[in-house]
Design a protein around this ligand. Structure first.
Ligand SMILES: C[S@@+](CC[C@H](N)C(=O)[O-])C[C@H]1O[C@@H](n2cnc3c(N)ncnc32)[C@H](O)[C@@H]1O
Length: 228
């Protein structure tokens, strides 16, 4: 498998065996996805939800089980990913937006819950800072931002060890080594993870409170924050 020229084409290609590949390529993927429903504050019942970088809809499908009557907005740069969501979520209140995060017109006080599953690591540090401000503005008061991702910078001293462990994990699931070869090329080209401590600071600067890492497995984490 060869990487593509841009993130939208890359994920349109990746969409073919998406969930199977994510489980085999991302350590703790299913555990971290379960946080989107299990880590929410007690009694929190969102009526409007934005899924940023929805992919084939794995976060939304968990949320729909618990909040079937909520109104969902699914955003992704990849049309193929959104097509998969459209097939899956027929009959639910779902709006689909084909857009890069950077181009989306975030309206003020629009959502109760904004989720991002393994999507924000495609943004560099400046893009994340800008996005956190837009996410904060777009949440209603008391609204929740919920994010699962790899949260370690490529400059971190622990990063080489992370890569070593990650390679072992992927090769145990795809023993011919081809998947890791592709993944590393994808990672070098498209992925810009940041340290969780930096992201917590940027969330504070953006006006979030009650910021917590609810689940941490090595540097694979779920982080949640509330709009003040
Ligand atoms: C690794 S997948 C995660 C999908 C899904 N959220 C999940 O947890 O399984 C990342 C998704 O984010 C989308 N994406 C990445 N960068 C993006 C950007 N800047 N704007 C919009 N979508 C983006 C990709 O097209 C892809 O579908």
């Amino acid at each position: 498998m060869k990487i593509k020229d841009n993130i939208a084409d890359e994920f349109s290609e990746f969409s073919k065996n998406y969930t199977h590949d994510m489980i085999g390529c991302v350590p703790h993927y299913l555990k971290l996805m379960s946080c989107f429903t299990e880590a929410l504050p007690k009694g929190f019942r969102p009526e409007s939800i934005l899924d940023l970088g929805c992919g084939n809809g794995n976060a939304t499908s968990k949320l729909l089980e618990v909040f079937p009557d909520a109104k969902y907005t699914l955003l992704d740069a990849s049309q193929e990913m959104l097509n998969l969501c459209q097939q899956q979520f027929k009959g639910s209140k779902v709006e689909y937006v084909t857009s890069y995060f950077q181009d989306y017109d975030f309206k003020a006080d629009d959502y109760d819950l904004i989720v991002a599953g393994f999507s924000l690591h495609h943004c560099d540090s400046e893009e994340k800072k800008s996005l956190f401000k837009k996410i904060n503005r777009s949440l209603k008061k008391g609204g929740v931002f919920s994010c699962a991702d790899l949260m370690i910078s490529k400059n971190s001293p622990e990063h080489p060890k992370l890569l070593e462990n990650w390679k072992t994990f992927v090769n145990s699931n795809f023993p011919n080594g081809e998947k890791w070869k592709w993944l590393l090329e994808h990672y070098n080209e498209f992925d810009k993870p940041d340290n969780f401590k930096d992201q917590i600071e940027w969330l504070k600067e953006s006006g979030f409170i009650a910021i917590e890492i609810t689940t941490r497995k090595d540097y694979w984490m779920h982080l949640q924050a509330v709009k003040d």
